[in-house]
Design a protein. Structure first.
Length: 296
């Protein structure tokens, strides 16, 4: 669908996107995952021909392919109603009135916005604004939908509903490219690219990313809250405290277990739970970037 070849974008001395090559296949939900400043928006803008690359190029298989684009900071017209926003965006394209009316009705229904169609965009909740922005980008019935952090800052219920709409669109044959800072959303993509400082660290299916994860994970609950000896062990790559337990990435499970048990027993700390857990996408990302490092 889209072939990206050695795409690079520099802003002065800063390389926002560094020599990225990639193919997005028809029917995929391709996820761009990365922290703030990773280069997601810049890459997406180059795919949409909004930003001129410093080097390389992005080629679309089908030159006539229509794409819908939902930018990161999408500006709806706050003083227009839901339906007026839809009509306004539709009017930018060469669509006849009947098609616009039919498409608008279909999309608002799909997005669960029919009951709100006369409400001013300013008076919608954050989640509904995002759904309206998505609806506007669907008005042309695109072949490819490109979304830049569409669920950022939106509550989990809305995020779920939003992804349901994306899945429905994907089932209808729309290829989707979506960026997100949320690791749980990476799991929902067909393929995921981890992006950091302008580079792709890894591109694969969520299943393969987890299957090829080189470390083991220990979940540990103890009678003490502050454990500060994790950084003394070479087998321990990263440790974080989540909820009520430690989540520890280790190289060799048995060696790490021996070390932890020995140290806890020496300090008279009781083990309440010690188990192995399956890696999440977040674990994979942490292991690739060293982010969250510190063995706190
Ligand atoms: N027009 C510009 N001029 C100068 N630097 C820019 C410009 N646009 C982006 N950058 C820089 O390029 C890098 C990548 O930015 P980009 O917005 O693509 O990242 P991102 O992954 O989308 O981040 P975020 O999650 O914050 O949206 C950042 O360091 C940013 O400051
Ligand atoms: Mg961005």
């Amino acid at each position: 669908m889209i072939a990206v070849n050695e795409l690079t974008k520099k802003f002065g001395s800063l390389t926002a996107v560094n020599n990225i090559s990639l193919k997005v296949n028809k029917g995929e939900i391709f996820g761009l995952i990365g922290p703030d400043g990773a280069g997601k928006t810049t890459l997406i803008r180059m795919l949409c021909n909004i930003v001129t690359p410093t080097g390389g190029k992005a080629t679309w298989d089908n030159k006539g392919a229509i794409f819908g684009y939902m930018p990161q900071r999408f500006s709806l017209y706050g003083d227009l109603t839901v339906i007026e926003n839809m009509y306004f965006f539709a009017s930018l394209y060469n669509l006849d009135k009947k098609t616009i009316a039919r498409r608008t009705e279909e999309i608002l229904e799909l997005a669960g916005l029919t009951d709100f169609k006369s409400r001013l965009a300013d008076n919608l909740s954050g989640g509904m604004k995002q759904k309206l922005a998505l609806s506007c980008s669907l008005i042309t019935k695109p072949d490819v939908l490109i979304l830049d952090e569409p669920t950022y800052g939106v509550d989990p219920v809305f995020r779920k509903e939003f992804w349901k709409i994306l899945y429905e669109q994907n089932k209808e044959g729309i290829t989707i490219i979506v960026s997100t800072p949320y690791m749980d959303e990476a799991e929902l993509c067909t393929r995921v690219a981890f992006m950091s400082e302008g580079n792709f660290l890894m591109v694969d299916t969520p299943v393969n990313l987890k299957k090829n994860f080189p470390y083991k994970i220990i979940e540990l609950k103890t009678s003490a809250k502050e454990i500060d000896f994790f950084n003394e062990c070479n087998e321990i790559v990263d440790a974080g405290f989540f909820g009520d337990k430690y989540h520890i990435l280790v190289r060799d499970f048995n060696l790490a277990r021996d070390f932890i048990e020995e140290r806890l027993s020496a300090d008279n700390i009781e083990i309440l739970q010690f188990s192995e857990a399956a890696p999440t996408i977040e674990d994979v990302f942490v292991s690739l970037t060293g982010e969250g490092k510190g063995k706190d």
